[in-house]
Unconditional design. Sequence first.
Length: 350
Amino acid sequence: MNRIYKHRLFWPVLSLLVLIVVNTIARPQFIEITLQDGRLYGALIDILRNSAPLMLVALGMTIVIATRGIDLSVGAVMAVSGAVALTIIDRSGSPGAVGTVFVAVIVAILVSLVLGAWNGFLVSVLKIQPIIATLVLMLAGRGVALLITGGFITTVNSEPFAFIASGYVLLLPVAFFISIAAIAAVALVERRTALGVLTESVGINPEASRLAGVRSRGIIWGAYMVSGTLAGAAGVIYASNIKAADANAAGLFIELYAILAVVLGGTSLAGGKFSIAGTVIGVFIIQTLESTILFLGVPSAQSPVFFAVVVVVVVVAQSQRMRGAIARVGDAFRKQDAPERDDEKVEVAR
């Protein structure tokens, strides 16, 4: 039991379960899942679908943070990605063709890869502080998206493109399967190869890893490229969901939510050790919390305060000092029970 309590995922999982229980008590239909027309519907299914963009961004953010960096440009990359995809589809002669949508999505993700490579170049080659290097693209990216769309919100009517966010396969949303594919790919590369160990070594001590022969420049560069690519995929899903490219609203504040999800999952902002599973749980915590806010009818102007209060409670509960206090309380109770157990053993011996 003590081993389970000390596991890094104990508190994130407990926080998620508490949120689910509270929602279920407040509205029993929260855990109800219905099958209609070969599709599953329900609040839990909505959470799986709506969490896809944040999941992709948070996975990339986890790798970047593991290298002792930060990426504040993911929201702007989402905006650029959506703008590129929608512009290609809108200007094509056949917006409803699968081939057109495929080309648009590939080009959008490639552009995002280039933007991520730009961030990685600034951080790993020019040695600019990550928060400053990514802040440049964070500020300029939305302007680039506006230039691509001509300053307007570009809308399209394309069923194949809308299918990315609203379509279903095997009873579940397509966006959920995209998340699963991204999680599996990142986990496979980072946990089943030496790259994960090298990434952690760069984050723990860059100078020591360099002296040990680790090519930290390439690892850091690659981390930002992964972050940009996943943010681009998230931008495509977001644009598919609203069937439009909104440079001002796409990915707004998602970089903050992604960082929060990573921290809630137990990954330290100081770099080094990271947890893919923890990030996944952190994303579900945030998405479940947003669902709770909508259900309670909290006004949009007050929802950030409500969200902040709950997040503070969760973060404090996961803090090392709080864990230590709870452990000391548990030890005190065990010590009080110990004499009683010894007396019982003496009585039995007699």
